[in-house]
Design a protein around this ligand. Sequence first.
Ligand SMILES: Cc1cc2nc3c(=O)[nH]c(=O)nc-3n(C[C@H](O)[C@H](O)[C@H](O)COP(=O)(O)OP(=O)(O)OC[C@H]3O[C@@H](n4cnc5c(N)ncnc54)[C@H](O)[C@@H]3O)c2cc1C
Ligand code: FES
Length: 421
Amino acid sequence: MSVGKEKAKQYLEANEEAIKNIQKIIEEEQIECEFQKKDAYVFTQKQDEIQKIKKEVEAVNKLGFPAEFVKDTELPINVLGAIKFPNQAQFNPCKYAQGLVKGMPNVEIYENTKVIDLKQSQNEYEVITENENKIIAKYVILATHYPIINVPGYYFLKMYQSLSYVIAAETTKQELNGMYINSEIPTISLRTTTLENGKSLLIVAGMDHKTGEKKDLSNKYEELIKIAKQIDPECNVKYKWCTEDCISLDKIPYIGEFSNLMPNVYVGTGYKKWGITSSNVAANIIVDKILGKENVYEDVFTSTRLKPIKNHEEMGNMIKEVVKSLVIEKLKIPQKTLEDIEKENAKIIEIDNKKIGIYKDKKENLYAVKPVCSHLGCELSWNNLEKTWDCPCHGSRFTYEGKSIYDPSIHDLEIINIEYL
Ligand SMILES: Cc1cc2nc3c(=O)[nH]c(=O)nc-3n(C[C@H](O)[C@H](O)[C@H](O)COP(=O)(O)OP(=O)(O)OC[C@H]3O[C@@H](n4cnc5c(N)ncnc54)[C@H](O)[C@@H]3O)c2cc1C
Ligand code: FES
């Protein structure tokens, strides 16, 4: 409870209320999204985590929430203890979002319309899109995951991204009654659902790391498959994917005014892999702000708070990462040559004092980019599992061809014509 008992209680209540709000919307709008009430468990397989888990139960109980410590779960793996959070919920968020859209017949939604800038003009804003169209608005909500506007706001100084890997495997085992996440590192999260063909799907997610970390990532899916096989040795892996989420320095989302210098612009971000729930908290806080109403939870999430800066350790790590990427990495001279690059892999090499990120495909075709992030100029790292260029500073990601696929970057990488070299 590093934020104090009162704020921790409000945070918990806001999330509990969000579950109720979502359930109410689903019932009222008759959204078919497989909504089910389920207990959620935070479990451990390590003896030295047990005390931590018991303390967490005590802390949550002090806030008035009926969590309990349990020794056993239904999981067929060696669980030493878990916190049980009763009465949580599971649903399909894509079907939920589609249901929300159906419930707003008079709202126009423009897909594939990339926003690249936001300009203040008198009492209004011009939202500028990639094809240079303008949308004029009095109120703007930046719900782009990582805010795409750098200044003011300065979210790039107080937020990073963490990448998680996911596999989904068909299984003949019954659906789990609960939802599970472990308390230790590496993170493992387990869910089951039933497919339209009646088969069960076991979803195993985790193996998180800060986006852009320079390390061998090649075994991430194998590690998740090993866990799936412990649950059902006969399971058949059908899908694999990875995705990232924004993490604020004090681990609490930023919800509310984007910046004191941009009135009527709001933000919801930093959900720390809990945004299906906390985006509902954000929606209510932002709507109340626009309508001039008080919201009991707004203080906990205040997006302009300075508090994260007080988290010196995280801030220190983050600044080190940015400085390392902006300056030190650029001065280091790599001793790599084109021949060193293995097929379906990439390297940063230096030719004529220029750093070039080169990917070699199966047929030995080469794809060369300037390995400098189009967001704020950090040097990119190669993700050898996903075949992407990832940014260690704020988590932008690019294909090996240089296409921007994850914010906060909005522009593609500079392409280098290597015939020319
Ligand atoms: C492995 C994993 C497990 C998770 N499990 C849970 C869970 O159990 N419960 C839970 O509550 N949460 C969970 N989450 C977290 C949740 O999925 C995220 O927090 C949430 O999806 C983030 O929502 P968002 O609206 O901020 O971003 P997004 O869902 O990414 O939406 C942002 C939208 O903005 C659009 N956009 C971006 N840039 C631009 C631009 N320049 N112009 C126009 N549009 C733009 C994007 O296309 C996208 O549609 C999990 C996350 C992960 C990674
Ligand atoms: S994401 Fe910010 S510099 Fe790359």
